[in-house]
Every structure is written in C-alpha cells, then in structure tokens.
Design a protein. Sequence first.
Length: 210
Amino acid sequence: MIATNSSLAEQRTLLENISWSTFETLLKEIGDNRGYRIAYDEGMLEIMTPSYQHENYKLQFHRCIFILAEELDSEIKSAGSTTLKLKNARKGIEPDNCYYIQSERAVRGRQELDLETAPPPDLAIEIDITSSSINKLAIYSALGVPELWIYNGRDLKFYQLAEREYIEREFSIAFLFVSVAEMAGFFTRTQTIGEMALLKSFRTWVKEKI
C-alpha cells in the first residue's frame, strides 16, 4: 500500500509491509547521494522529500549548535543525516541533524557509524513541517537517543529519553542553559531578520548566558 501526503513544505510517501532486508537493500542501492529522508518502523517505510523551508530550518539549527559548542569550548561530532538503525528493533531513521556531544570521544576517528557497536548520538533534530505517518518518538526511543528536538515551523519541543520513553523538557540536557522557549524565539525571528543578523544575535545571547 502506498500513501502520499504532499504540501508546499514537504512530500511524504508511506510504504507498508516492507521487510528489513528490503529496507537495507534499498539503503545500499540508493546510497548517500540523495535529497530525501527515510524512516522505517517495523514494516512501514516513509520517504520524505524536504523543501526549501525545511532545509533552511535544518541549516539554521546546525549553525546554532556549532555556535553553542564553540562558545562553550566543547568538542562535538556532527553525524548529519546518517542512517541510524537497529536490526533487532526493526527501526531506522535519518534525522535532519544529529550530534555526539557528551559521547564525542566514543566515536572520534570512526569511519562508519554502527549502533550495534557505537553509542547513539546525544542529540537529534527533526524538522517536521507536515505530520509524519510514522511515530518518530518510538523509533528514536528504540535507538536510545538521549535528546530529541522537534520543530514544525511554528513550535519547538525538547524531549529527554527516560526509561525508554520521551518526556518534554523546558531545558536542553546537552546544553543545560538553553531553554526551549528562548531557542524557539530565535527561529520565530527568521521571518523578519537576515541569517547573519540572527546568528550574530544568537552568539551574543550565548556569550551572555555563559
């Protein structure tokens, strides 16, 4: 069965009854050079084609994360949209961005990322302008990702993994002084000011906080 959900923001295609072997074969055949994201949950496969708006938000979050790490003088390892998957859980996903922060040393020097032998990223970011047909919280929970930020173009939510379930938090656990309200405020301003002005403002705010 194929279901398609499209808008000016994103296009999503949902395939059902897809085996794990088919999922892994698909990943190998299409490789890394592509312009869409994949999520897999026990037989359900969602393919999402991001839009200009989606990719712009992704880039802004990425820049802000690096400003935070730079100003805090913290090492960080970006894993981008690397496919995160576990065969036993029959779940896999490609975040918009993900990062090793507290556990950066555990993956430093690795040429490939395998969650069977490596820890999951400390933080993953999802931009979901349209609603996904797949329960992404359940996927990230099964993969053991400690922190998840989800932004839909209007609202931002921080989630922390606790006893295999996500709970909403007011503050980040990767960057303790960063509140969801203040972070969301910066992204609201993307509609009224330029990118460089936004990043300068964000850097100033970080310096004042630390």
